[in-house]
Write a protein that binds this ligand. Structure first.
Ligand code: PMV
Length: 331
């Protein structure tokens, strides 16, 4: 029974828009950092006695949307392998799944690795990234550790929409996440992207900017230019949110505390701490800083009573097979 573990990742250059919704192909590339502390472990057991797939998440049997997404993903594995057997999927996470902390990234990366092994597909990490992408676009990036580049590709079948590690990065970053609420996000990323594409007058400009940002972020990483990387990262985040806000009806993921945290990060930087922020499709700000400064940044973000907790993480490794599920997971 194969078991895999995968960590979440946070994008510095954001993915927001699809070129093919059915195959889940991104319209542009993206760039991320894999985060060690937020992690999923998944075991996939094929069982000929099962009449349908089952999913247990942190001990609770799942129905509805989470189970349907996993079933759809297992259908792809069954189609590729020719093996029709249903599967029992058991997952554990090191963080609350409903809080909107990119759980689909670690979830589908771990499911791709354990599932491909269970159905004996024999795929390499890059091909697995394309498979993980079918579950969630950002999951493709969790196949690799450190800084990761996702390519949009050009092929209609998506065979070149794969992730790869960035080689030669001269910057090391850790992350502090200011958890700003525990509710599920109101507009999921897929719906948010589609409605932005259909109705935001800024969407074209956003797409044009992504390639420039990827080029500059890559140069900043290789050249060790922290200030440039911070400029691109914060610019990409704010442009993504501006684009979503310009959809009709506008999509606002920020809460008051998100704006407070943006100010706090910028004040820290002004005082000499090398730190940058980004925010996904939710209210939580993620500050990124060299490991030496992580404690300072985490303490500063915890100053607001509206920040429920600050989760810190070093950069992590890519998804991989392991021997067994962990017996206990610290949260
Ligand atoms: O992987 P998805 O479909 O949940 O989309 C992720 C979208 C963002 O997290 C907002 C940006 C990104 O690049 O991760």
């Amino acid at each position: 029974m194969p078991v895999a573990t995968a960590a979440v990742n946070i994008a510095l250059v954001k993915y927001w828009g699809k070129r093919d919704a059915a195959l889940n192909l991104p319209a542009r590339g993206s760039l991320s950092l894999t985060l060690d502390a937020l992690r999923t472990w998944t075991e996939v057991t094929l069982d000929p006695a099962l009449g349908h797939d089952t999913l247990i998440l942190d001990g609770a049997s799942q129905t509805g949307k989470p189970l349907l997404r996993v079933k759809a993903f297992l259908d792809i594995l069954r189609a590729q392998s020719g093996v029709k057997t249903f599967a029992r999927v058991a997952s554990k996470t090191s963080f609350p799944v409903a809080a909107g902390l990119a759980s689909s990234a670690s979830g589908f990366a771990a499911l791709a690795v354990a599932g491909a092994a269970a159905y004996e597909l024999g795929l390499d990490a890059r091909t697995l990234s394309g498979l993980a992408r079918r579950g969630s676009g950002s999951a493709a990036r969790s196949l690799f550790g450190g800084f990761v580049r996702m390519d949009a590709g050009r092929m209609p079948d998506g065979s070149d929409a794969l992730a790869r590690p960035v080689v030669g990065a001269a910057i090391t970053l850790s992350a502090a996440i200011a958890v700003a609420g525990s509710g599920e996000k109101e507009v999921g990323s897929t719906d948010g992207m589609e409605s932005t594409r259909e109705s935001s007058p800024y969407h074209r400009a956003w797409l044009d900017q992504v390639d420039k940002d990827l080029h500059l972020a890559n140069a900043a990483l290789r050249g060790g230019d922290f200030a440039l990387l911070a400029r691109i990262t914060e610019g990409s985040c704010l442009a993504m949110h501006a684009n979503a806000m310009a959809a009709r009806p506008g999509i606002v993921y920020f809460k008051g505390v998100t704006l407070w945290a943006i100010d706090r990060v910028r004040a820290l930087r002004k005082s000499g701490v090398p730190v940058m922020f980004t925010i996904d499709a939710g209210p939580h700000l993620v500050a990124m800083t060299p490991p030496d400064h992580l404690d300072t940044v985490a303490v500063a973000l915890a100053e607001s009573p509206e920040v429920q907790r600050v989760i810190t993480s070093a950069a992590g490794e890519g998804a991989k097979l392991i021997d067994a599920m962990p017996t206990e997971v610290a949260r």
